[in-house]
Design a protein around this ligand. Structure first.
Ligand code: GLC
Length: 498
């Protein structure tokens, strides 16, 4: 099968899996459960027998699909024997409207419980006995381990901006319900907490890693998406609407303190490693250098000293009282480049690290969700002995093809900002190679193993964000129409230090 046919197949899976609600197409489920047999009749696929919640539209999973639909716009594609016409921008609009409806629904039902103004992790369409359709959201009340989907609300704002950039539909964005939706999400982020940090304090499993993995506290992924959502909201909120006055000035303040905090406290390179190696402990007061009272014994100096290239660096996974999580988390690091949460100089260092350590971070299937895996006693304590997250599996050092689009976006952005072609050429070759394998292995959800050779033991097939992640990565490398990078990136900004 040629490259062209491979791309058509991925797009067909997305189109075939589209879910409709009251006559409108509103999204794609996490995994497509039907395939065409030789007679082109849809039949249930064995590998996807027990759908669990993979038949639901997940907000985070739909983001790459939506970005792809935005750049593809109107197109036709063969679905079985029929040719179907798709209006990508319309589907994204429907998705944004339906999810906003769920947000409002949840609020009116729990209006005294203001802590629940989040977007759901996912939703499905149910029919009553008379055949009337209704939406059933999952805010974490049904999810395995009852995890809270903090990232959904942030992705929703980021996607709304991408839709706006692609369509110029300011009328929709300025509608009272959309403006209120953005405001309420951010008010929840800004509300008083038992905490003083500019970062967001969240429970374990609040993002793409939606199982216990020792990422409670201030995980990087959430902080980066928070920053991107603040930048997006700053563009989306109508300045003429007086209800937005307070939130707009709060956004400005938070953007500066958050960016400065992440760029310094989360940053790790050789200089910083040396600095932490010399840290004093038990410092009190405003002049403290080792603010979080990190003890040298908790830092794997020997490993990092060997692993960190001289010209490389990255953002660590988490920072809290006497805690620095040294794992490399991909969503956080790649999206920090795309939304300019890190400086251009830091971005280059992250991309250098990826190139120099490609065996570990990319292996046979880009991209490791985090590195390294936690093992033995750490695995027992931090995951709660979760066999799905055993070392080098699933969230614990597994490889997720969907992350290719973020890598492609980061490489392209750096290509533009630093006039640096090398990162892009490197990503391009690896992504091409991965595509062939994905098609052969039926677009798995994730891969296992230290070098990503093994199809994930419990991986779904025909995972929609795998298909979209690959197609979007291709579009990012060589845009065929509207450039997806323009929909998702933010320009570098410096902020005065307080
Ligand atoms: C798994 C992933 C999560 C994803 C969901 C649906 O739970 O950890 O990130 O959204 O599957 O694909």
């Amino acid at each position: 099968m040629g490259v062209e046919a491979l791309e058509i197949e991925a797009l067909q899976i997305l189109v075939e899996s589209l879910i409709s609600y009251k006559g409108r197409l509103v999204g794609t489920p996490a995994a497509h459960t039907y395939i065409r047999d030789k007679n082109e009749i849809n039949i249930p696929k064995k590998a996807n027998k027990d759908p669990l919640n993979y038949d639901q539209v997940f907000i985070r999973d739909f983001v790459p699909v939506a970005l792809l639909f935005l750049v593809k716009g109107e197109f036709t594609i063969q679905n079985g024997k029929k040719e179907v016409a798709i209006n990508g921008k319309e589907i994204v609009k429907n998705f944004l409207e339906v999810t906003l409806e769920l947000h409002q629904q949840e609020r009116s039902e729990t209006f005294l419980n203001t802590g629940r103004v989040l977007m759901p992790a996912s939703f499905k369409i149910l029919k009553n006995k008379k055949g009337k359709e209704h939406l059933e959201p999952d805010f974490g009340q049904h999810a395995i381990a009852r995890v809270t989907p903090v990232d959904s609300s942030l992705w929703w704002i980021i996607l709304l901006r991408a839709y706006w950039k692609a369509t110029g539909n300011t009328a929709l964005v300025h509608q009272a319900d959309f403006q209120e939706g953005i405001r309420l999400i951010l008010e929840l982020c800004f509300s008083d907490r038992f905490d003083r940090e500019p970062t967001l304090l969240v429970p374990d499993g609040a993002c793409m890693i939606d199982r216990r993995m020792g990422i409670y506290g201030y995980p990087l992924e959430i902080q980066v998406l928070f920053y991107a959502a603040l930048r997006a909201a700053d563009e989306l909120l109508d300045r003429k609407n007086h209800n937005n006055k307070d939130i707009l000035s709060a956004i400005q303040k938070r953007l500066g303190s958050l960016a400065n905090h992440i760029r310094t406290e989360y940053w790790m390179d050789m200089d910083r490693l040396n600095q932490t190696y010399q840290y004093n402990v038990e410092e009190y007061g405003a002049t403290a250098i080792n603010k979080y009272n990190i003890y040298a014994a908790s830092i794997p100096y020997a490993n990092l000293d060997e692993w960190l290239p001289e010209d490389g660096g990255y953002l660590v996974g988490n920072i809290g009282p006497s805690q620095m999580d040294f794992r490399f988390f991909s969503v956080g690091n790649l999206m920090a480049i795309v939304c300019s949460l890190v400086t251009n100089d830091q971005s280059e260092k992250i991309m250098n690290l990826i190139e120099r350590r490609h065996k570990e971070l990319l292996g046979q299937m880009p991209f490791k969700i985090c590195y390294p895996a936690i093992e033995d006693e750490d695995w027992r304590i931090l995951t709660g002995c979760d066999p799905k997250n055993s070392p080098w599996s699933y969230h614990n050092g597994g490889s997720w093809p969907v992350l290719m689009w973020m890598w492609a976006a980061a490489a392209r952005k750096l290509g533009q900002d630093a006039k640096e072609e090398e990162y892009m050429q490197f990503a391009k070759a690896a992504i091409e190679k991965a595509g062939k394998r994905l098609q052969k292995e039926e677009w798995p959800e994730y891969y296992d193993g230290k070098s990503g050779h093994l199809i994930g033991r419990e991986a779904r097939r025909h995972q929609t964000w795998t298909c979209a992640g690959y197609l979007l990565a291709k579009e990012l490398m060589t845009p065929s129409g509207l450039d997806p990078l323009e929909l998702i990136k933010f320009k570098e900004k410096t902020y005065a230090k307080n």
